[in-house]
Design a binder for this molecule. Sequence first.
Ligand code: AMP
Ligand code: ZN
Ligand code: FE
Ligand code: FE
Length: 282
Amino acid sequence: MNEFRADLHCHTTCSDGTLTPEQLIRAAEQKGLNGLSITDHDTVEAYATAVSAADNAGISLVSGAEFSAVLGKTGVHILAYSFSPLSPVIREFCTKHIRRRKGRNEQILSLLAAKGMPVSDEDIAKHTGLFTHTIGRPHIALAMMHKGYVSSVQEAFHKYIGEGKPCYAPGGYFTVEETLETIRRANGLAVLAHPHLIKKTDIIDELLRMNFDGLEAYYAGFPAEQNERWVKIATRKNLLPTGGSDFHGDIKPGNQPGSSWTNEETFKILHRHYAGNQPHVL
Ligand code: AMP
Ligand code: ZN
Ligand code: FE
Ligand code: FE
């Protein structure tokens, strides 16, 4: 493959993916990817092992994370890039998110128990790894499937724990503004994740008026005509048009690393910013 490709949206076992950071890097290498960012939900723990693994594989790495936020009552995902993985600002924010998730997950589990579908922490632990830092709804969905309450992860989300469903609990949250402000303080870059999935146009309009550096215009193997809309908006608003697969491993099969990617020009901007934030050696 000659064309430069960087997948800037991938999850590992540090959150709800099924490959470890090292396994993900090997998979990216096998796909012939040149650049990568690991964007686990609300954690940067993958970088403890990913930095040297990417170095050994000859893959150019940019730091990343995918933060959950809300705008009003709508959940919004924000990709942060190019900060130092050792940034205390980012690390404290991740710690706050772990606390938020703990409370939120407890609420979801009580709603499930009230519907006669008890799920314990031990049930969930069967579906997380030694290095899982953020426990999310996919882990709860796997436990529900294992206990025979649903026949697929999809069904768990669709019937019970998806946004707005009977056993969904928003829990504590951080707003989009707070999240953007935190990313700025860490000297990172903020990219609006998968705008393709946001259905309400008023929410999109409001988000596009906010202080983002980029827009995830190429997403998860979406067809070119659907990405084109976002590429045009990114160009018009002077936002970096990033791309990534949202790879999660077996939990979301059919979505392979590199199914969407960022081009060399955009990647270089993110990488330069990352390199400028490296006073530390990991
Ligand atoms: P959480 O971060 O715990 O709120 O869980 C959100 C994650 O669940 C998303 O990032 C996806 O990985 C996954 N997810 C959301 N909706 C669905 C769905 N309908 N089916 C399967 N996985 C989903
Ligand atoms: Zn996920
Ligand atoms: Fe997301
Ligand atoms: Fe994601």
